[in-house]
Design a binder for this molecule. Structure first.
Ligand code: GDP
Length: 296
């Protein structure tokens, strides 16, 4: 239900176009399918995912009749769900685990780190946070606040410190405390984006070498940026070989389809979604629930 509320704007936008389309159909001709593809692209699902979904829908319509609008919508929902890259188990549930959150400034990295710390703590995990965004003083303070709220350990140094050494120390502290989960917040902006990628690569290398626990590199994407989120995902994935993504701010946007574009085009799982600013506003991602919330 919360997911459905969160995706209200994305759903309204898609439904408006689908309704117009379905009133005419599904006495289908090529125009119908072209228009449907256009509708899906306009809802930010990405050209490749849209093409695949429409192709499969066309196939389905040939194999079994899709007699009415409800049948088309139900088939559309299944095709959207299947187009997500979905692992058998959510890698975020692994313990022990170390997670590096990366993403541009304002995407929701610090908030997501805090929400996940609270969730894991509530589920009985021992959590250590690492404040490796040493570029912004506010980022360190913000993470401190989240650590206080969920009563977990935080490792931090003053602004301007070497983020790789903060990571090193975070992992040391986590091992001493036998922590189940290490969550590291990283910088989203440096002087140039080359600087940023160089720094993040170094941070990833240190953590991957030093951590005994498996390491996940997770990109946090702000859904309201739409297609821009897809280009960000390409850049970060090329530089860091991502393990998954978290999509935030799905509560305030009609661009929820971006989740599908990123997952399909980069073959990456959506590990969680953010549907608000509060500590409890992080949701598990389920492709079918998501598709249903978008279409119906
Ligand atoms: P960072 O720069 O990537 O660390 O981003 P922050 O965690 O500081 O988040 C930037 C802003 O986005 C803050 O005002 C957050 O409260 C807000 N935010 C983060 N996640 C969500 C979300 O899922 N929904 C909404 N509505 N706001 C969010």
């Amino acid at each position: 239900e919360r997911m459905k509320a969160g995706l209200a704007k994305s759903r309204e936008k898609l439904q408006e176009s689908l309704n117009v389309l379905l009133k005419a159909g599904p006495d289908v001709d090529d125009d119908f399918w072209d228009d449907l593809e256009e509708t899906l692209i306009l809802s930010d699902m990405g050209a490749r995912a849209a093409e695949k979904i429409v192709e499969e829908l066309r196939d389905a319509a040939t194999r079994k009749a899709l007699p009415d609008a409800a049948a088309v919508l139900s088939e559309l929902e299944d095709r959207i769900a299947d187009t997500f890259y979905t692992p058998e188990a959510n890698p975020l549930d692994t313990r022990p685990l170390c997670v590096l959150f990366v993403g541009v400034n304002g995407s929701g990295k610090t908030t997501t780190t805090g929400k996940l710390a609270a969730e894991a703590k509530a589920n009985g995990s021992t959590v250590v946070l690492g404040a490796a965004d040493t570029f912004r003083a506010a980022a360190i303070e913000q993470l401190e606040e989240w650590a206080r709220r969920s009563d977990v350990t935080i490792v931090e140094r003053e602004r301007g410190s070497d983020p790789a050494s903060v990571c090193f120390e975070t992992i040391e502290v986590a091992e001493r405390e036998s922590a189940d989960l290490v969550l590291v917040d990283t910088a989203g902006r440096l002087h140039t984006s080359d600087d940023l990628m160089r720094e993040l690569r170094k941070v990833c290398d240190v953590v991957r070498k030093r951590s005994k626990a498996p390491v996940l590199t997770v990109l946090v994407i702000d859904a309201t940026t739409g297609q821009n989120g897809l280009s960000q995902a390409r850049v970060f994935n090329d530089a860091l070989a991502l393990d998954g993504v978290i999509i935030t701010k799905l509560d305030g946007t009609a661009k929820g389809g971006i989740a599908l574009a990123v997952s399909h085009e980069l073959q990456l799982p959506i590990l969680k979604i953010g549907v608000g600013e509060g500590i409890e506003d992080l949701r598990d991602f389920d492709a079918h629930d998501f598709a249903r919330a978008l279409v119906g």
